[in-house]
Design a protein around this ligand. Structure first.
Ligand code: K7E
Ligand code: RUQ
Ligand code: CUA
Length: 647
């Protein structure tokens, strides 16, 4: 008999009750439409209609899928070292993973969010959070490479992040855990009133995409979970769910769930901008790393910054208001009109929807129902826009189809529920397998959704695929939502734990995808762009090898005069100028994985030989019929020997 944990039993039972299905053997549960295969089938050589950018959760990466096929197109390394591509191993990208805690080659990513113009997806960049060692990354949708990583100071658990405002004015990053600010040695029991949270606003340069930590808003010591910038009529605001308004520091699962209602914090960032202009900020010491990958040199640099401008929400009126929301809300989602703010109360039976215009009224008439740390609490009834009655159990996240409908995932009852924004009526429900977290509709978090598909990303896989030992890859499920009823089309496995995904039409992304780095524009300081540049130079115990790669030869391919104790820098330039012809490079015993060098660019592998001998190196990526010939030898002599440098 299989032993199942209580929550598992609970969710399985509830899934059965809620979906009315008894036959666990029929895993499509009759939900699959008859011509589903056709609708996800993309003929060989044909392209998908949408891109899906899925966060990798604890893999620290971002994966790119084609929709509707569910084909994996690429894994983009972001916060984790990736031996496949040399990211975080080669000298060019190592600085990307620098933080004030040192070199941190891993993180936990939850929310990729695409840049927007006028509230619509614009396909320029994806911003994504690193949860654990608080960071925000910017990924180029031209090169599909991570171009920038900004560490977030005064933060811990960068979870309600990275969310993009309507013109990519800011990427907003909020902290989940409250901490002492500045950090210090103090008893944990003194949490209440002493720990604080920060909401960071990173401004974005509209040409380069470069981020700047413009300011932070200091907030009371609750947990801040998820956020959604206002749109259209609520432009200039951002809404954030909170839990643990009890400020419990131990046994949170009990002590942080006592209050009948927690809050959605409504933050007026236009007001914040005014306060900044008026100089109402404090400049505080705070160290954080800012890492940028330079497009011209293809090298990253890391700078440590040391100051941040802070606005204190408890001292500056009009900056933040609290909207009471039952009960430990998780997701916070704003509908495409900007009027409705949905609080997905994990422990609540109903979905609470706040009205933005009612909120403005209540603020104007100062109808407050108390305050918390000097921040006004609005009256629940005054701001209530509607309630979706008992739509399911354990609501987590909501997206919109642009046709007046919302789709909410329910973790406990394991389903996606479609409901009408305005009548609050449930229109349809479909089971998911099993226990979905986020869901995504292309543009479903913007003013202009493409309401054709919804992708549900499930937390539990169980029997969906052939078993692969104790751990199964997480499963995504694609539903057609173009009709009145949702139709389940397919399952596909994902990498790590995708929380959120950003989806966009292919024609918004594909035309801008870069084909080639021009060799003539290579400004890498160690590039060898012609045979004349090929050389080996010694500087003390550092040896620099300037090597070229072209089908099917590495040049130089014989090197002598290296000694144990040397530090060898292999600078490899790929001379190819054809689309999709990278060459790889590996040498025996190298701790820094390999290089995968794109046509026209230069990358550097550091190798510290430990053993005397004649050692091979070779191209790792099958590149031509003579790929196996693309190799060479390096002779390593004993320390102190006088073997001459030769190539
Ligand atoms: Cu619900 Cu981190 Cu967005 Cu996961 S969070 S599901
Ligand atoms: S070689 S094609 Cu090892 Cu057969 Cu790769
Ligand atoms: Cu170059 Cu294989």
């Amino acid at each position: 008999m299989k032993k199942l944990s209580l929550p598992t039993v609970l969710f399985m039972t509830l899934a059965t009750v809620f979906t009315g299905c008894k036959d666990q053997g029929d895993k499509s549960n009759g939900a699959l439409t008859s011509n589903a295969a056709e609708r996800v089938y993309v003929e060989p050589g044909q392209y998908d209609e949408f891109y899906a950018f899925l966060s990798g959760g604890f893999s620290g990466q971002m994966s790119v899928y084609g929709i509707p096929s569910g084909r994996l197109l690429k894994v983009v390394p972001v916060f984790s070292q990736d031996p496949e591509k040399g990211y975080g191993y080669n000298e060019e990208t190592k600085p990307m993973l620098n933080t004030t805690h040192g070199f941190i080659p891993w993180d936990d990513t939850h929310h990729p969010d695409m840049s927007q113009t006028n509230g619509k997806l614009d396909g320029r960049w994806i911003f994504m959070n690193g949860n654990n060692t608080p960071r925000v990354a910017r990924i180029s949708l031209s090169t599909f490479e991570t171009e920038e990583i900004m560490e977030i100071p005064n933060s811990a658990g960068n979870h309600n992040s990275a969310f993009v405002t309507e013109n990519t004015e800011y990427v907003v990053a909020g902290t989940r855990f409250s901490v002492p600010i500045p950090q210090k040695d103090m008893p944990i029991k003194d949490y209440k009133g002493n720990f604080k949270a920060s909401l960071s606003f990173l401004s974005v340069d509209q040409d380069s995409g470069e981020m700047d930590l413009s300011f932070q808003i200091r907030l009371p010591g609750f947990n801040y979970d998820l956020a959604h910038p206002g749109r259209d009529k609520s432009h200039g605001w951002i809404f954030i769910t909170t839990y643990n308004t009890e400020e419990a520091h131990t046994l949170q699962e009990v002590n942080a769930s006592q209050n009948d209602k927690d809050f959605i914090a409504a933050v007026n960032w236009k007001k914040a901008e005014e306060y900044i202009k008026e100089g109402k900020f404090k400049t505080e010491k705070a160290e954080y790393a800012h890492n940028i990958f330079d497009e011209d040199t293809h090298m990253a640099t890391s700078t440590i910054k040391d100051e941040v401008r802070v606005l204190d929400a408890s001292e500056l009126p009009g900056l933040v208001y609290f909207l009471p929301t039952p009960k430990s809300p998780h997701g916070c989602d704003v509908d495409p009109t900007g009027e409705y703010i949905i609080g997905n109360g994990k422990l609540s039976a109903d979905l609470t929807v706040h009205s933005f215009s009612k909120m403005l009224d209540a603020i104007e008439n100062e109808k407050f129902d108390g305050e918390a740390y000097n921040i006004p609490i609005l009256n629940f009834e005054d701001v209530l826009g509607g309630t979706v009655k008992q739509p399911g159990l354990g609501p987590l996240h909501t997206e919109f189809d642009g046709k007046g409908n919302a789709y909410t995932t329910f973790f406990i009852s394991s389903e996606v529920v479609k409901w009408n924004v305005g009548t609050w009526e449930v229109l349809d429900r479909k089971p998911t397998y099993y226990s979905p977290g986020h869901l995504s509709i292309p543009g479903g978090n913007s003013q202009e959704p493409w309401g054709k598909y919804v992708l549900a990303m499930n937390k539990i896989t169980k029997d969906r695929y052939l078993p692969t030992g104790p751990e199964m890859n997480h499963s995504a499920q694609l539903y057609d939502i173009s009709g009145e009823k949702m139709e389940l089309l397919s399952d596909f496995p994902t990498i790590g734990e995708p929380h959120y995904a950003s989806m966009a039409p292919a024609d918004l992304i594909a035309p801008n995808s870069k084909k080639i780095y021009k060799l003539s524009e290579n400004k890498h300081p160690h590039a060898a762009t012609s045979p004349a540049d090929v050389r080996v130079e010694r500087d003390g115990n550092e040896v620099h090898v300037y090597m070229t790669m072209v089908r099917s030869h590495l040049n130089p391919d014989n090197i002598e005069g290296i000694k144990v104790g040397d530090k060898v820098y292999f600078h490899l330039t790929n001379l190819e100028q054809d689309f999709d012809v990278p060459h790889g490079f590996a040498v025996i015993g190298a701790e820094n994985a390999e290089l995968l060098v794109m046509p026209g660019s230069t990358e550097t592998l550091v190798w510290e030989p430990k053993k005397v001998g004649v050692w091979p190196f070779y191209c790792t990526d099958f590149c031509s019929a003579l790929h196996q010939e693309m190799s060479g030898y390096i002779r390593v002599s004993p320390e102190g020997s006088n073997t001459e440098l030769k190539w």
